[in-house]
Design a protein around this ligand. Structure first.
Ligand code: FMN
Length: 333
């Protein structure tokens, strides 16, 4: 199976995984605005290994979402091979990712997510089992630091495994979801592989063909943030999470900015158009039920301006596409 990560022009712009948010319609709108790769919400590997119908439904995708990566989470290596087999056969994404950065108590205290950075042996087993269950490229998502384990230290211990991509969230587990980004740690992960390639260059063609693509993630809210992230880390691409909830068009603006140094600003009218486009995509995918789900996305689009509070009160009550259109029409600066 060809490694799609190698085929995409760099820098790669990826929609990072977000539980409760990166569903198919949201991934579609991000793709429409230029995301190169989109990640699913994290999916329970144990449930999938038993063929979990609901979990499989959550992972279905539309062909416009290429390149699509399914993210698995779990704490027990023995379920990952079967989970990878089920996902590869039934969903057929472009890649499979393993969550090694989630700090949420439910996941972490069970030994999954970020806890895997503290248990290298288990992390290695999980990667190996996943690789056994699929021919798709397997990637991991980690944090810059968990406890005393830095991303660099962790990757050093697993770098012999055939990982196709690594997304590094440049914040420690302790930081959670806010605060400074540790650019240096991401850079160190990138250079670790560069050095390894240098050392093994002529002798080991297998190794150099599996050098992972490094994606840097955390705090990218503007095209300038994206430029700074790439410059400071040397990463092959970036992962955007909450920035895309506020502005799915951030992918489009970032691409423009990285190519020309400038980008198109989006006005309030553009924002309304984008929100409606998203609502329609969502409606097409999920019908009436999508409108209730759309409420939480609308709240991300319309925040931080004068009068936003009143608008948001109306947005949480919408019950149809017509309601959405009417509320949007009424939004003035
Ligand atoms: C609501 C929410 C849900 C998230 N769910 C996941 C997830 O399922 N898997 C994962 O690896 N990271 C998850 N993350 C972390 C993001 O992928 C990302 O690493 C983090 O938000 C930092 O990026 P940002 O500053 O661009 O938001 C989630 C973050 C948020 C805010």
């Amino acid at each position: 199976m060809p490694n799609f990560w190698k085929k995409i022009n760099k820098p790669i712009l990826a929609l990072a995984p977000m539980a409760g948010y990166t569903n198919s319609p949201f991934r579609q709108i991000c793709k429409a605005y230029g995301a190169d790769v989109v990640y699913s919400e994290m999916a329970n590997a144990t449930a999938l290994s038993f063929g979990g119908k609901k979990t499989l439904e959550l992972l279905e995708f539309n062909k416009t979402e290429k390149f699509y990566v399914v993210q698995l989470f779990g704490n027990d290596p023995k379920y990952f091979k079967k989970a990878a087999q089920v996902v590869s056969a039934k969903i057929k994404p472009d890649g499979i990712d393993i969550n090694m950065g989630c700090p949420v108590k439910k996941v972490f205290s069970n030994g999954g997510g970020a806890a895997l950075m503290l248990d290298t042996e288990k992390a290695r087993e999980i990667i190996k089992e996943t690789l056994k269950g699929t021919k798709l490229p397997v990637s991991i998502k980690i944090r810059s630091k968990v406890g005393k384990t830095t991303a660099y230290k962790f990757i050093k211990k697993i770098k012999d495994l055939k990982i196709s991509a690594i997304m590094v969230h440049g914040r420690s587990m302790k930081q959670g979801f806010s605060g400074e980004i540790d650019y240096l740690q991401i850079k160190k992960v990138k250079s670790l592989y560069e050095r390894a390639v240098e050392e093994k260059k002529e002798s080991d063609s297998f190794f150099s063909s599996t050098v992972p693509t490094i994606l840097a993630n955390g705090g990218i809210d503007t095209p300038e943030d994206a430029g700074k992230m790439i410059e400071k880390t040397g990463a092959n691409g970036i992962g955007i999470a909450r920035g895309a909830l506020k502005k799915p068009w951030l992918f489009f603006q970032t691409k423009q900015y990285l190519e020309t140094g400038e980008y198109k600003e989006f006005s309030l009218e553009d924002t309304k158009k984008a929100a409606l486009r998203h609502a329609r995509m969502s409606y097409q995918d999920k019908g009436k039920h999508s409108v209730l789900e759309m409420r939480k996305y609308l709240l991300w689009y319309f925040r931080g301006f004068e009068g936003a509070k009143d608008v948001r009160k109306d947005l949480v009550k919408v019950e149809s596409l017509r309601d959405i259109k009417n509320v949007l029409k009424g939004i003035k600066k």
